[in-house]
Design a protein around this ligand. Structure first.
Ligand code: SF4
Length: 763
């Protein structure tokens, strides 16, 4: 039998980006097997990854462009579909101006697609109205991390550090269901004598693994963190030397925390003072400890302050920027990290540069060959953009997202999408959002195309093409290339992903997320490279290049020893200095040039930068190198329970579905395991309202109603109900959720809204 080679690549789904091999089968189709050489999943795959081959099947795919005709979507040629989009976009721009055109991207798009989409919006369409669904994912952690550390990279250390720390507080993450292979790092932590504290209103499968489970009321994580910090201070557990040497703003943050008495925090959160004290003891006693947050504390209308409070806890105890310690965010979507770095966010340019920074604009404009003044300014955030559809925004191009299911107040968003003059959607399947479109474009996905993603660790990875796409399917890069040409921009939108990546390197050079030292060749040879990774390593012998990837130079007290003059000595972006294009000019045009053998780090010749697995060990990425405390205080959720809506709804995921379910609902095994939504209720609540296990109940909020079977369990608080959000239709959880926005990150309040539950009567 003919031997067909396997291609090593990465999972299409979550931000763990597990390594897998894809092998075409002689009889047709492909096989997915786990890779043991990738240090994150180490040979494990969850059910979603294991069954990922099924979403490649033409049986579940879009394989022809569709255009709306007489109210129905009918097959059309690529030329016809692209012509129609270009014509309608040009007409809309002429009639209403460039900002009447909107672009909505996704955290699953590769870095190349995210980069090209941002450039397309700003250079071809000239619109400021671009954002993406990652705004709904980790934007509060990104905002809080940037405030505190001067830089957001989900995890500033590799997952492999987790088993070697002393304690982890995992806040609002059910990773046993969202990214199961990662649980091994926490199991090993406990085997090594460390402890795991899980903060979650539900006793999830992750919480069952914990040494201590704190179950606060939804929306009170901020008060919980303040209560812990209060106790840290009261018990004399602060690290005063660290605070003095490595931080600013402590007095204000300390005063804010001391105003939150533990007894008051107990009343707000429902977590008893003895449990708060136990958490403080477990967190403070080991030499090293971490706080990791996920969507629980982040998807709140005070998400930035909530994450800030957890960061304050890390800073007051001297954890951040220390070996095996610190704060990190567990990003969710497959390319949630890279997707927010390269320009599809409303306020950002590639390289994680700020759109309103003149130097950043000049740098990127130069790479793009346009005048800086030609680049639009910041646009609306994701929900605000969706809310403006049909009024200020008349035509929308949507790539890699399904907001009909995943956006808050989803019925309203659906109605806004329907009100558009024109909607074009590029997707791999006919999602609920694509069903509303005027033109649908069938595009390639993971194993059918080469591209890069950036995992939750900040590790840039090469996803390789392993199989040919079905006939009729083209890449998103082809779509942007063709639309740009039809709209009068003939150059600058290559269809070859490596060519796009080479431009992305130049655009990111010198920025916070500097990819200029990364090439496809390096990614293939090194199994991924952590950013920042400048084109040339300019560090001295005391920098990480000299001490190796895993070294931690410290003084006898355990404090990092790199001299202050070593700006960015962690390889980090410490102070971002474009050097107005000295960096850009210095970047070799030939990617092969920067992959030569590394020489001594003190050599005059440039050497290859090894990438930066660990950030902040020497200094933070702020102007003065110090982390900033941010004084935060507790406030109520945007919608507290009342007589009419006496309960809190919180939403989340289940192990066998992914995000809006557009792909995983089409996989037989996953669909059988998780065929539909449910409403989790505490037995006392169920008894009070007469709900019966498996029988339908209606959950009602101020925005609508959702119906799903009751699942009665003591694993949830009696004042809280839970629904997974993967399904459309009458059980759509996001019909209920509240779009109240965080003032900084513009994150909607997915994690708590006031509801009531009604039992559905017979007939
Ligand atoms: Fe790994 Fe996430 Fe894919 Fe599961 S879905 S195999 S955890 S990358």
């Amino acid at each position: 039998m003919e031997t067909i080679a396997s291609t090593p690549t990465h999972c299409p789904y979550c931000a763990l980006q597990c390594g897998m091999n894809v092998t075409p089968l002689p009889q047709g189709g492909v096989e997915v097997t786990e890779r043991t050489d990738f240090p994150v999943n180490r040979g494990a795959l969850c059910g979603k990854g294991r069954t990922a081959a099924e979403v490649l099947s033409p049986a579940v795919r879009l394989t022809s462009p569709l255009v709306r005709s007489a109210g129905r979507l009918v097959e059309a040629s690529w030329a016809e579909a692209l012509d129609r989009i270009a014509e309608r976009f040009a007409g809309t721009r002429e009639g209403y101006g460039a900002d009447a055109l909107g672009v909505f991207g996704g955290g699953g798009l590769t870095n190349e697609k995210a980069y090209a989409l941002g450039k397309f919006a700003r250079v071809v369409l000239g619109t400021s109205q671009i954002d993406y669904n990652g705004r709904f994912c980790m934007s509060s952690a990104a905002a809080a991390g940037t405030k505190a550390f001067g830089l957001d990279r989900g995890l500033p250390f590799p997952l492999a550090d987790i088993p070697r720390t002393g304690c982890v507080i995992l806040v609002g993450s059910n990773l046993a269901e969202t990214m199961p292979p990662s649980l091994r790092f926490f199991t090993e932590l406990r085997e090594n004598g460390g402890t795991l504290i899980v903060v979650d209103p539900r006793r999830t499968r992750t919480a069952e693994q914990a040494d201590l489970h704190l179950a606060p009321r939804p929306g009170t994580d901020l008060a919980l963190a303040l209560g812990l910090l209060h106790l840290v201070v009261a018990e004399g557990r602060t690290d005063e030397e660290y605070i003095r040497l490595r931080t600013t703003g402590w007095e204000e943050a300390r005063a804010a925390a001391m105003a939150h008495w533990p007894e008051q925090v107990e009343r707000i959160t429902g977590v008893s003072v003895p449990r708060l004290r136990e958490a403080v003891r477990l967190f403070c006693e080991p030499e090293a400890a971490m706080v990791l947050t996920a969507r629980g504390p982040e998807q709140q209308s005070k998400g930035t302050d909530t994450v800030g409070a957890w960061i304050n806890l890390c800073l007051a105890t001297g954890r951040a920027g220390r070996p095996l310690s610190g704060y990190g965010c567990l990003t969710g979507q497959g390319n949630g990290q890279g997707g927010r770095e390269h320009g599809q966010k409303a306020d950002q340019l590639p390289g994680y540069r700020k759109l309103d920074d003149p130097a950043a604009r000049a740098h990127v404009a130069r790479v793009w060959g346009v005048a800086p003044e030609a680049l639009p300014g910041p646009g609306r955030s994701a929900y605000e953009l969706l809310d403006a559809l049909g009024t200020d925004i008349r035509a929308l191009l949507l790539m890699g997202s399904n907001p009909v299911v995943s956006a808050p107040r989803a019925a309203h968003v659906e109605e806004r999408l329907r009100s558009l003059d024109f909607l074009a959607v590029a997707d791999v399947v006919l999602s609920e959002t694509a069903e509303l479109a005027d033109v649908v474009l069938p595009v390639t996905q993971w194993a059918e195309e080469t591209g890069t993603t950036t995992s939750l660790e900040g590790r840039v990875l090469l996803r390789r093409r392993a199989v040919a796409p079905p006939p009729g399917v083209r890449s998103d890069l082809y779509v942007l290339h063709e639309l740009a040409a039809r709209l009068g921009v003939e150059k600058g939108f290559p269809t070859d992903p490596e060519e796009v990546f080479e431009e992305l390197r130049r655009a990111s050079a010198g920025g916070p997320a500097d990819y200029s030292g990364i090439s496809y060749r390096r990614l293939a040879e090194e199994n991924g490279v952590f950013w920042p990774c400048p084109a040339h390593d300019t560090r001295t012998e005391t920098g990480p290049a000299a001490r190796g990837d895993s070294g931690f130079p410290t003084d006898p007290a355990g404090h990092p020893t790199a001299p202050p003059a070593l700006t960015g000595a962690t390889g980090g972006p410490a102070v971002v200095d474009d050097g107005e294009d000295a960096v850009l000019d210095d970047l070799p045009d030939d990617p092969a040039q920067d992959t030569g053998d590394a020489v001594s780090p003190v050599s005059a010749a440039p050497v290859v930068h090894p990438g930066t697995p660990r950030l902040f060990l020497d200094r933070f990425a702020t102007a003065d190198g110090r982390a900033r405390f941010v004084a935060v205080t507790h406030r109520a959720t945007a919608e507290e329970p009342d007589a009419e809506y006496p309960l809190l709804l919180t939403t989340g995921r289940v192990v066998s579905q992914y995000q809006s379910g557009a792909q995983t609902r089409r996989v037989a095994e996953l669909n059988a395991a998780a065929p539909g939504p449910f409403v989790e209720l505490h037995p006392r609540l169920a008894a009070r309202i007469g709900a019966v296990e498996g029988e339908p109940v209606t959950v009602v909020s101020r925005r609508g109603r959702a119906v799903a079977p009751a699942r009665i369990t003591p694993a949830i608080r009696p004042d809280t109900v839970f629904m997974p959000f993967h399904w459309p239709g009458e059980g759509r959880a996001n019909t209920l959720t509240n779009p109240a926005l965080d003032p900084t990150s513009r994150m909607p309040e997915f994690k708590s809204c006031a509801v009531r539950v009604e039992v559905v009567g017979p007939g």
